[in-house]
Design a protein around this ligand. Structure first.
Ligand code: ZN
Length: 341
């Protein structure tokens, strides 16, 4: 049995979708542009590679070279099977509570000042048309979590409420042949018509940054049948005992600002014992994660001066649960109602 079909989340196709094995640590396939050598590596190798400490086993190129090996699609990835694409559950994380939004006029919320700054009504209308033409993106569960961590690390979304969506496609969507190299250049803005010509509803593309090597889909709203949504963190995903224990420890640590301790203190702003403890706890949680998630997690779960101890503990533990215990998240999604799109 293909590993992807190892578990299934309920009946098909009315209200269920086929789940793929969720594995944040799985091996990655590499393809060298210099010598054409294909090889499989683990995440530790990728980490050393990115630091210039590994080379192509075929020709010795290191990551600095322009033809250096890049992550590529696993030839056994079940999402390469056109007939399975619509049956799989796909995932998306967003700060929008009603994704994919039905907002038909993206310019509706712009103030007169903003409209003027954008160059007047004509420019605003052109901008709104571009917004409407953008493709939506869905991917593996792992890619959705990677995406959320990256966005939380961005200052603008640090405190935002995030939602995890499970996306059900319409059963007979037209799938573009093969797969594309990530067309979005990491920022996610790609025209739907560009990647999905007439007759095509969804296009597969290779992720380089989020769940590297995994396949995501660019698609239009009309390819989606329904979505299920849960708010992050999910109560079942955090560890109650850890939250209580850590919440109490943080509560009893002083929140009085004092001079920073440790090395290079003159470069650091004053910090409280509570914040120092919170950051140590965040780093300890990150230590349990695969190497390519550690830095993102430390930043996303950062304890800020003035953070509420128990709220922080629930959020940090809940974020860890998304990665360590996806089953609880899928179970919460199973309970969530379907919203037709
Ligand atoms: Zn090579």
């Amino acid at each position: 049995m293909p590993r992807s079909l190892a578990r299934s989340a309920g009946p098909l196709p009315e209200n269920g979708a086929m789940e793929r094995l969720i594995d944040f640590s799985c091996e990655r396939h590499m393809l060298c542009g210099g010598c054409g050598h294909r090889f499989v590596v683990d995440l530790e190798w990728v980490d050393r590679w990115e630091q210039g400490r590994e080379e192509c086993p075929g020709c010795g190129l290191t990551c600095e070279h322009e033809d250096a090996p890049l992550v590529t699609v696993d030839p056994d990835d079940p999402a390469l099977d056109d007939t399975l694409v619509a049956q799989f559950a796909w995932y998306h994380t967003s700060t929008q509570p009603d994704w994919p939004t039905t907002e038909s006029n993206p310019a509706a919320g712009l103030t007169p000042v903003t409209r003027r700054m954008m160059g007047g009504d004509e420019r605003v209308a052109a901008w709104a048309a571009r917004q409407r033409a953008k493709a939506l993106h869905v991917g593996t569960y792992e890619a959705a979590v990677h995406n959320m961590l990256r966005r939380i690390c961005d200052q603008a979304d640090h405190c935002s409420q995030f939602y995890m969506y499970r996306v059900h496609l319409k059963p007979f969507v037209g799938v573009r042949d093969g797969w594309l190299i990530d067309p979005s250049n990491f920022v996610g803005d790609v025209d739907h018509e560009e990647v999905c010509p007439p007759g095509v509803d969804v296009a597969r593309y290779l992720n380089y940054h989020e769940d590297p090597g995994g396949l995501s889909l660019a698609l239009g709203r009309e390819a989606i049948a329904s979505v299920q949504r849960v708010a992050i963190p999910i109560p079942d995903a955090w560890d109650d005992d850890w939250v209580r224990e850590v919440g109490a420890a943080l509560e009893s640590a002083s929140d009085v600002l004092g001079p920073a301790t440790g090395r290079l203190t003159r470069f650091r702003p004053p910090s409280s014992q509570r914040t120092a403890l919170g950051r140590d706890l965040g780093r300890a949680l990150a230590g349990k994660l695969p190497i390519n998630l550690k830095d993102g997690f430390v930043s996303a779960a950062r304890f800020d001066e003035g953070s509420d101890p128990e709220q922080w503990a629930r959020r940090a533990s809940g974020m860890l649960g998304l990665i360590e215990n996806p089953g609880t998240v899928l179970a919460a999604l199973d309970e969530a109602g379907h919203r037709e799109v």
